[in-house]
Design a protein around this ligand. Structure first.
Ligand code: TXA
Ligand code: MG
Length: 319
């Protein structure tokens, strides 16, 4: 049985024991373990059923920690960290040997971020060690944004979940690579390419533009509910709650994209728990944080639907 706790001291001692634990961050909940202890990190992969080739993010409490674990850090990293860390950005940097290979799936780079959550930061400071943590969901599923959702995903598989309330951002961090003297966004998130360009004064490449999969974790079919999810851009679906056995996710009903993104994963989970045969999500405008929302919807979906006739087709194919 998994216990939901609020005491960071229990969390620290659990991590020091080499166990994995649910931890709150501002983006989504993480499944954390001592990043310097390979036996503990292996447990993350086992609990999540995550393939070993998919590397983990290392969480630290301050930008002063970066150089303990990474080398040749470009100045732009500190410029961005100054503005957005703690916060929803992850830096891909050249790794130092102190980081075990299991964390980085054998890559010579490491992903580092400073989570913006008071409880997680307290754990990191008191632990005095970095914490490796992917999102706290079973591999391929929707990332949890509160302690109860972690409980539903992982009850019985871990001893504790540290409850830090609802994740206020609601979508995973923006992953930025600085390799080969280029700034590349490998996973869109709350911090946008335009914001990074403003700070650095440099052109930022987006993964979508390159068309190549640069990060092993950028797999298709990710962030998916149990029920089939389809996406649409058809205005026909706007303002509807359900149609022909499908629950509809209409994020535009929240009046801005920041609120929409904070509800994205919890709304998907709720639709998943209802009696619908499948889910249809309406895409949002592809600007600002909308890029990250559409990225997650696309990767969670089985395809695109247009109008009612498509729906009927899916319904009858299913039976
Ligand atoms: O907001 C977040 O980033 C959350 C919270 C818990 O911090 N974490 C998260 O972790 O989303 P995860 O494991 O679900 O996604 C991490 C992504 C994966 O797609 C992985 O492939 C990529 O980061 N990644 C990790 N290390 C990398 C590296 N060295 N090079 C390229 N991609 C890397
Ligand atoms: Mg994940």
């Amino acid at each position: 049985m998994t216990r939901i706790i609020k005491n960071t001291r229990i969390a620290v001692s659990e991590i020091l024991k080499g166990n994995v634990i649910g931890l709150p961050t501002e983006t989504v909940y993480g499944l954390g373990a001592d990043a310097l202890n390979p036996d503990a990190v292996i447990k993350i992969f086992e609990v999540k059923r995550r393939p070993r080739f998919n590397p983990l993010i290392v969480h630290v409490h301050s930008a002063f920690e970066f150089e303990k674990y990474a080398k040749d850090i470009p100045g732009d990293v500190y410029k961005i960290a100054e503005k957005f860390s703690p916060g929803p950005v992850t830096f891909i940097l050249k790794k130092k040997n102190i980081i075990p290979d299991i964390v980085t799936a054998g890559l010579d780079t490491v992903a580092i971020r400073i989570p913006d959550h008071p409880l997680f930061l307290k754990v990191l400071k008191n632990l005095g060690r970095p914490v490796a943590a992917p999102s706290a969901n079973i591999f391929g599923r929707i990332s949890p944004t509160n302690a109860d959702d972690v409980f539903k995903e992982l009850n019985g598989k871990i001893n504790y979940i540290l409850d830090g309330g609802r994740s206020k951002v609601g979508i995973e961090s923006t992953i930025i690579s600085f390799l080969n003297n280029k700034i590349t966004i490998l996973r869109p998130g709350f911090v946008t390419a335009a914001e990074i360009e403003n700070i650095t004064g440099k052109t930022v490449i987006s993964r979508k533009n390159t068309g190549k999969i640069l990060s092993p974790g950028m797999l298709k079919s990710h962030y998916a509910p149990v029920k089939p999810l389809y996406i649409t851009t058809d205005t026909y679906f706007e303002g509807r709650k359900e149609i022909l056995g499908a629950g509809i996710l209409d994020l535009m009903k929240y009046n801005n994209l920041n609120t929409a993104v904070s509800k994205l994963f919890s709304a998907l989970r709720k639709l998943d728990e209802k009696d619908y045969d499948f889910i249809i999500a309406i895409k949002v405008p592809d600007t600002g944080i909308g890029v990250a929302i559409n990225d997650r919807l696309e990767r969670a979906s089985k395809g695109t639907v247009r109008i009612e006739t498509d729906l009927l087709k899916f319904k009858y194919k299913k039976k």
